[in-house]
Design a protein around this ligand. Structure first.
Ligand SMILES: CC(C)[C@H](C(=O)O)[C@@H](O)C(=O)O
Ligand code: SF4
Length: 464
């Protein structure tokens, strides 16, 4: 029988159970962060249990880490969550990327970076954007805190097999249009429920041509389309990326043989399929309060169709029919597990070089991990950002969500490279607009959105 990549991943991990009913899956990697793990560890203690496979578990601190100076923690709840994670990791013998460690960063950035994320693995984390790791051909999805406890105790998880969906992307991305715009386009066109109950495999010429970073951006936001997980079949780029990473270096050759078997068979069927030609896409900007409320930069904001639209317009302080260029921007956030990798910072820096942040704008660049930060500084990217007027921060989730000091004040607009624009996401009353890193950088310079396709960017950039 012809099988999809998802079928193969699923079958390889069934411990017990029949199709159509909950099946027990073996979990190959459990990532842990400070926000969704405290009660899970507490549960273990109460039932006198150990962590079954500390060696398949890895923890980091990211959500409430302050990014101005990671060591100055003024929020007592944040401090308590971080201390608790540190103590739990010690007690249960779990490796931890602590704030003083070189490995620290956003969980979905460090997993791939360290080579923990690998094709063929089942990966879970108490975090919805675990879908990011699917870019490597891993079956990766977010779980709730009670499931975190179950995985800690047993290294397994009960799941009913979701359906499969294929998203075929063909064509070359036009200049100024990025992976972020593809996923914002999909959400704007097919809605935030397009993938509900499905695991989405992204494939096609466009995906093959993409870097691992771009694939991660797309899989990261598969969850915003309601999908259980996002997937890309591993290929030569995946294998190259994983070569010489800390957790692959000793077993690379043996694993490679297995990784090469991970693809959707020719003729295998998806339960649902979408085809998109990306060559006609434009940069996207979200105007509303879910990631599907987005428009092309050259399009006007839509008319009000229902109460949701009405409420979104009211919250965002915007009116239908205006263009995204008319939206004033007071904050810019380049960061988050969607777009805080080295290539994201390189692209934004190439645009920013020699320009200045608008006097009405406060702009932050927050690398996704210490490794990204160090690599960027080696290239002198921090100098480009700082000279332009950006704040150059330390690694963490930062302004992606209001769980740390980096917040957007009520009523103000933020051009953000993150993945969610829900009410209050970046602070009470904050107004979030999701965009690509270069669109965010351009908004920082102009104080409003512009069509970056029409502006000359530095073609040949030499970093300081
Ligand atoms: C805090 C955490 C549980 C949450 C998630 O699950 O995604 C956060 O990372 C987010 O992006 O909203
Ligand atoms: S960067 Fe944002 S989306 Fe990603 S894990 Fe952190 S809070 Fe969640």
């Amino acid at each position: 029988m012809k099988k999809t990549l998802f079928d193969k991943l699923w079958e390889q991990h069934i411990v017990t159970g029949d199709e159509g009913k909950p099946q027990l899956l073996y979990i190959d990697l459990h990532l842990v962060h400070e926000v969704t793990s405290p009660q899970a560890f507490e549960g273990l203690r109460l039932s006198n249990r150990k962590v079954r496979r500390p060696d398949l578990t890895f923890a980091t601190m990211d959500h409430n880490v302050p990014t101005e100076n990671q060591l100055v923690i003024t929020d007592m709840i944040a401090k308590q969550q971080m201390d608790t994670l540190r103590n739990n990791c010690q007690e249960f013998n779990i490796p931890l990327a602590d704030i003083t460690d070189e490995e620290q960063g956003i969980v979905h950035v460090i997993g791939p970076e360290l080579g923990l994320t690998q094709p063929g693995k089942t990966i879970v984390c108490g975090d919805s954007h675990t879908s990011t790791h699917g870019a490597f051909g891993a079956l990766a999805f977010g779980i709730g805190t009670s499931e975190v406890e179950h995985v800690l105790a047993t290294q397994t998880l009960w799941q009913v097999k979701p359906k499969s969906m294929g998203v075929c992307l063909e064509g070359n991305l036009p200049k100024g249009v990025y992976a972020k715009d593809i996923i914002l386009h999909l959400l704007a066109t097919y809605g935030v429920s397009m993938g509900t109950g499905h695991v989405i495999e992204f494939y096609g010429e466009t995906i093959s041509n993409m870097s691992m970073e771009e694939r991660m951006t797309i899989c990261n936001m598969a969850i915003e389309g309601g999908a259980k997980a996002g997937l890309v079949a591993p290929d030569q780029k995946t294998f190259e990326y994983l070569k010489d990473r800390r957790y692959t270096v000793n077993s690379y050759n043996e694993r490679l043989v297995e990784w090469k078997k991970l693809y959707t068979d020719k003729g295998a069927n998806f339960d649902k399929e979408i085809f998109v030609d990306v060559s006609t896409l434009a940069p996207y900007v979200t105007w509303g309060t879910n990631p599907g409320m987005g428009v092309r930069i050259d399009e006007a904001l839509p008319t009000i169709k229902d109460e949701n639209d009405e409420r979104a317009y009211e919250y965002m302080g915007l009116q239908p029919e205006i263009t995204p260029k008319e939206i004033p921007v007071q904050h810019v956030f380049i960061g988050s597990c969607t777009n805080s990798r080295l290539s994201d910072l390189e692209e934004a820096a190439a645009y920013i070089k020699g320009k200045k942040v608008n006097s009405n704008v406060r702009a932050l660049v927050v690398p996704g991990s210490k490794q990204v930060r160090n690599a960027a500084m080696k290239q002198g990217l921090h100098t480009i950002f700082i000279e332009a007027g950006f704040e150059w921060r330390e690694a963490g989730c930062s302004m992606c969500l209001a769980m740390n000091p980096d917040q957007v004040p009520a009523g103000e607009h933020c051009a953000s490279t993150s993945n969610r624009n829900f009410e209050g996401r970046q602070g009470k009353g904050a107004r979030t607009h999701l965009v690509s890193p270069v669109m965010a950088a351009a908004a920082a310079v102009h104080g409003h959105f512009i069509d970056i396709r029409k502006e000359q960017t530095n073609e040949t950039v030499t970093y300081a």
